[in-house]
Design a binder for this molecule. Sequence first.
Ligand code: AMP
Ligand code: TRP
Length: 335
Amino acid sequence: MDKKRVFSGIQPTGNTHLGNYLGAIKNWVAKQEEKENFFCVVDLHSLTVPQDPAQLRYETRSMAAILLAAGLDPEKCTIFIQSHVTAHAEGCWLLNCITPLGWLQRMTQYKDKSAKQESVLTGLLDYPVLMAGDIIFYDAHEVPVGEDQKQHVELARDIAQRFNSLYEQEFFVIPEPVIPEVGARVMGLDDPTNKMSKSLADKRGHAVRILDEPKEILRSFKRAVTDSGNEIVFSDDPEKAGVNNLLGIYKATTGKSEADVLADFADARGYGDLKKGVAEVVIEMLTPIRERYEYLMQDPAELDRLLAVGAEQARSVSQPKVDEMKQIMGLVLPG
Ligand code: AMP
Ligand code: TRP
């Protein structure tokens, strides 16, 4: 009877792209029948780098609309905005007080991001603790994410285990990252040695964004970096990273086997045909999502209503957990 619990999150800021869709959202939609799901638009995480308030407000609703347009069904999963459920920020403080600083300083995402910034906010360092709370306050067993988030989920396991051992009880469920076999690491079209990333999604030719028009999608693929040869093969050779990325996108989009993917391109006359073929399946996949998104965004009141229901469901799970944590740690609950 008891279904396994799933928790995952996505930041509302930046342009949601094909990597986000193939690495995360698509899999959330596919598995929503089997599990008890919580999907969160993590607006508090977005604040770890400076944001324009009006823009953040718009993008938070927009992200929720993208999730619904992609096929998440509010009857089958809880969809909510992180800041609407105060247990996340409250419980994060409690976790901060059992998390060694060194664990956070070792995170590769922190090292990469902080190296690129002149002034680093405390929130950026603390980001993975907030994320750990997201997961463990729901007793989630599984966390479906792209490859880049694996280290953060492992840290969530370490924090949960540390709490359990400090307070000598099996209080938190130890979560597992669930990384898809295909699509877990979609690379930039302009530079196939670096992952497709939201922060570069405005750069011409870097990403395909979920809400791009077909013409724009075709243009981005046509411009994709390949190599000077003409061999259409899956390959680990760094020289072939561009072609390998295009084939990987085609494979993740169609769900076909590698042999069937290669068969589809057996008659291709060069990389031009490959790029066109990949663009076609991606356009076919993304067009209905963009159309549903535009429809949903016309009725912000209905979106807000759905998100309020989601927040209530989320609160009913995480607030009692954080209250119990406070009790365990020696805080006196208000009488
Ligand atoms: P974010 O854009 O950081 O909010 O990430 C949302 C989800 O998309 C996370 O599960 C990431 O692991 C996943 N993701 C982000 N970039 C990529 C990428 N280039 N390829 C595959 N998955 C990705
Ligand atoms: N840090 C994740 C990312 O950028 C987003 C996220 C926040 C998340 N909280 C989470 C993912 C909890 C999974 C579970 O992709």
